[in-house]
Design a protein around this ligand. Structure first.
Ligand SMILES: Nc1ncnc2c1ncn2[C@@H]1O[C@H](COP(=O)(O)OP(=O)(O)O)[C@@H](O)[C@H]1O
Ligand SMILES: [Mg+2]
Length: 433
């Protein structure tokens, strides 16, 4: 195993080369005796049922390739038996792939010795499963700090760290409780805390919320989204639930019979399915749940800075064809909204600089991220006469959304496109951008 220092260098090299953080190339997993024969050239093109009936081999994964970027939530979605668990286990060789190559953070997982592999997993990977795997005789604190205990972290340090993480997942005050005293949702929070406590780069989650009631399940999904905005972990999340996949995934791989049917953003998959299987799967999805602000936002039409006055603001608004200007600072950070009416009032009141009269600016007027779905945007747009400002993660104003654009986008996309070849070409072109 390489030292920490080398690992850091490897990571920066892989980033510089534009290499993905996780790269899975042509992975096969064949169960049963003599699995390698399935890959012999004379059987090329034969399908799963041939190998099953001829040799009794189950083909679990067939030529699966995908990449995951650092900080991304990558969802593997498919029906039961489609190979999701097999894939995530092969990823860190909890089961051995029959063929193919896996590179994580510049390191060849497929070439590691057992010892290297164990160290790699311990340093880089945390896992959360559907069955929480809590130890019944340990309390919440000891269960959640288990990973740190294995790493040899001292008791005071691991307890301190674990308490922070328990608070993060909403379990402050439950440290001394035992698993049997907790609901399923709370037990899964302990499982999540245990995975987060070790603070690895990568989180592998195999149907972690599948056993939970719908309401609790939605709460856990929201919780994960909230945590991820702070943690920026690289997450491989497995689910058989399309809605969960669309909600959580930056990108989604749809698996079908051990093969990848399509990989893309929620929007790619719902608007532009690349085969009939994916098209059938996604046809009932509500578009408002996948379309986002980024699809319809336009360049902000009127912006003013604090040191400018109401007269300049009115001039800018007049040129923009709109009824308001966004107030920003020198580095384009969004501060608030100045309506034409308030700018006129400020002018009449003799105000010289906007930053000396903040009461004229609506600083409560909320900006959204470009990833905000129409489900959230529509009520906002209905409740306001002004566009909705969009800001990036650093609160820099990057666009605005007009109510009319939301309606147009929905109308435009309401008939599913079943020209699968054209969809594939368009997805490929969009990915190039
Ligand atoms: N140890 C095994 N031996 C034989 N077949 C297996 C084994 N593990 C999984 N499979 C088969 O591989 C396929 C994929 O299984 P799995 O990865 O568990 O699916 P999923 O997680 O998507 O429900 C299934 O057909 C399953 O029966
Ligand atoms: Mg599974």
């Amino acid at each position: 195993m390489v030292s920490d220092e080398t690992a850091t260098i490897d990571a920066s090299v892989s980033e510089r080369d534009g290499q993905p953080f996780i790269s899975v190339s042509s992975i096969w997993k064949v169960f049963g005796r003599n699995p390698e024969r399935v890959l012999e050239p004379q059987y090329a093109g034969k399908d799963k049922s041939f190998f099953q009936s001829e040799f009794g081999n189950v083909v679990g994964l067939q030529d699966v390739s995908f990449t995951v970027n650092r900080g991304e939530t990558f969802v593997i979605m498919g029906l039961s038996g489609s190979g999701k668990s097999t894939m995530v286990r092969c990823l860190i060789r909890l089961i051995e792939p029959t063929a193919g190559d896996i590179v994580i953070d510049g390191e060849h997982i497929t070439g590691m010795s057992d010892k290297e592999l164990m160290e790699f997993r311990r340093e880089k990977i945390a896992m959360v499963f559907q069955h929480y795997g809590l130890q019944p005789h340990r309390n919440v604190l000891d269960n959640a700090s288990w990973g740190l205990e294995v790493q040899g972290v001292s008791k005071p340090e691991r307890y301190a760290r674990t308490k922070e993480v328990l608070a993060l997942v909403g379990l402050a005050g439950w440290e001394d409780a035992y698993p049997r005293q907790l609901s399923g949702g709370m037990q899964q929070r302990v499982g999540l805390a245990r995975a987060l406590a070790v603070d690895t780069d990568i989180l592998l989650m195999d149907e972690p919320f599948s056993g939970l009631d719908p309401l609790i399940r939605r709460q856990m999904q929201d919780e994960l989204l909230r945590l991820q905005t702070d943690l920026h972990k690289t997450i491989v999340f497995i689910t058989h639930d399309l809605n969960e996949a669309l909600k959580l995934g930056d990108r989604i791989a749809i698996m079908h019979d051990g093969q990848v049917a399509q990989i893309g953003s929620p929007e790619d998959i719902v608007l532009r399915p690349e085969d009939e299987y994916v098209g059938d799967f996604t046809q009932d999805v509500r578009l408002e749940s996948v379309l986002t602000a980024s699809k319809v936002m336009v360049t902000p039409k009127a912006t003013v800075m604090g040191h400018q006055g109401p007269r300049a603001a009115l001039h800018t608004i007049g040129n923009s064809d709109g009824d308001a200007a966004w107030v920003v600072d020198m580095r384009e950070h969004y501060i608030g909204m100045l309506s034409i009416t308030d700018a006129e009032r400020a002018l009449r009141a003799g105000i010289k600089r906007i930053d000396e009269a903040w009461e004229y600016v609506d600083r409560e007027y909320q900006a959204v991220s470009p990833a905000t779905t129409f489900d959230e945007l529509i009520p906002m747009a209905m409740g306001s006469n002004f566009p909705i400002p969009c800001c990036d993660d650093n609160n820099v104003l990057v666009g605005e959304v007009h109510r009319s654009a939301l309606a147009e986008a929905i109308a435009e996309t309401s008939t599913p496109n079943t020209d699968y070849e054209a969809n594939a070409a368009e997805n490929a072109a969009l990915a190039e951008e």
